[in-house]
Design a protein around this ligand. Structure first.
Ligand code: ATP
Ligand code: MG
Length: 171
């Protein structure tokens, strides 16, 4: 077990390719209501969680929901790929505005594994390049996460690392 302490008021940003296990990880460690997911937001604004034409509106809703939760000092977990620096910048800004600790939790999983997993999922029948491109963007940004403003950075490099993580919340 790898124990990680985070404050009970934090903005946790999951970072990982499609299929890396973000939603599973979020469900394992956090309450359903603590998780703000881009797929759920897409579904709310379009009735279809895979409708990428709805991405702009979906992220408006995601940012708005996160902001309100943080304003109310509630633990907030962002379940989106967040592999690009520019996608994370807005989130770090939000955390700062509401004095929540920005925490990055990175699922740096081999894109081959991500792709294999996706082949067994509905709605994820895209080519291997998708997970590979996500993984490439992710790795480019890995070393800069502290500089972007994340005060805690947890990097998991394999499914075993992911399964071994235990999160402890501290008041
Ligand atoms: P997406 O970005 O496409 O939503 P995701 O990162 O949320 O993907 P999940 O939906 O959590 O990924 O997981 C993808 C698949 O991998 C699922 O079928 C899930 O059951 C499996 N999986 C997730 N985490 C693990 C794990 N730690 N060990 C084994 N299998 C896992
Ligand atoms: Mg997911």
């Amino acid at each position: 077990m790898t124990r990680v302490s985070i404050p009970d008021f934090a903005l946790v940003v999951l970072i990982g390719a499609t299929g890396s296990g973000k939603s599973s990880f979020a469900r394992k460690h956090f309450l359903e209501t603590e998780i703000v997911s881009s797929d759920a937001c897409r579904a709310i604004v379009s009735d279809d969680e895979t409708d990428h034409a709805a991405t702009g509106d979906a992220f408006d809703l995601l940012n708005y929901t996160a902001a309100i939760r943080l304003k109310r000092r509630l633990m907030t977990v962002i379940d989106a790929t967040s592999v690009k620096r520019e996608d994370r910048a807005k989130l770090v800004q939000l955390a700062r505005k509401y004095h929540a600790l920005p925490v990055a939790m990175v699922l740096d999983i081999d894109p081959k594994i991500c792709h294999e997993r996706n082949q067994n999922r509905p709605n994820r029948d895209f080519g291997e390049h998708v997970a590979r491109n996500h993984a490439r963007s992710l790795r480019q940004g890995l070393r800069g996460l502290q500089k972007e403003g994340f005060r805690q950075v947890q990097i998991m490099k394999s499914p075993e690392d992911v399964d071994a993580l235990e999160i402890i919340r501290e008041p």
